[in-house]
Design a protein around this ligand. Structure first.
Ligand code: CO
Length: 211
């Protein structure tokens, strides 16, 4: 059997199991989705949003990219954010990074990954530059890498608050709250590292009027 055929076979078994547990499961979900959460995570295959939070289809709206970045010119991410916040009215946006992130590790090197990847990883190098003093005070490579993973998540949460999408929502409602989490590949545990409750004030430079 080809590897992808196993996926299709497993899908059949999964769908059957779901219906056995809850005959109305697909009927109900096909009508509407009302997720409370938007998850912005890393594309890494070892960090699946639903599985590590033990949630079901319908519970989390998901966007994933290399190293869970919030880039203000990324139309893909911004569309997901706008839809989730403005229309689905999610109550929480979670940026979840992970220790051992290959994207963050790559950005700590001087290796030329050629076009596109260099462009993307450059965003992480900017995070390093902003926190260079703190990072370079850490002697050991592993803890410095771990800390950059955390700082990257914190930076991305702050990027979210700089968007007019989040600012408009905060002006009209008392949500969404934005969370920065880091998942541990070695123990499967999520560590919350940062939080911006709805309405948290941000640097006036990034505040929009007439929202
Ligand atoms: Co990663």
């Amino acid at each position: 059997m080809k590897s992808y055929q196993k996926l299709l076979l497993e899908n059949k078994a999964w769908a059957q199991e779901k219906v056995e547990d809850d005959p109305d499961f697909f009927n109900r979900l096909s009508q509407i989705q009302t997720p409370d959460f938007l998850w912005i995570g890393c594309s890494d295959s070892r960090v699946p949003a639903n599985e590590i939070t033990n949630t079901q289809p319908g519970e989390i709206f998901v966007h994933r990219n290399v190293a869970n970045l919030v880039v203000h010119t990324d139309v893909n991410l911004l569309s997901v954010l706008d839809y989730a916040v403005t229309y689905l009215k999610v109550k929480h946006v979670i940026v979840c990074g992970h220790y051992g992130c290959g994207g963050v590790k790559a950005a700590m090197t001087n290796h030329d990954f050629k076009q596109v990847l260099n462009m993307w990883l450059r965003n992480i190098k900017d995070v390093y530059r902003l926190h260079r003093d703190e990072l370079e005070a850490i002697q050991e490579e592993e803890p410095r890498f771990d800390r950059l993973v955390e700082l990257n998540v914190i930076e991305q949460v702050q990027h979210l608050a700089k968007t007019s999408i989040i600012q408009r929502a905060w002006q009209r409602e008392s949500f969404p709250h934005i969370h920065g989490w880091v998942y541990g590949l070695k123990d499967g545990l999520i560590k919350p590292v940062f939080e911006m409750a709805a309405g948290t004030s941000i640097d006036p430079l990034y505040q929009y009027d007439d929202l």
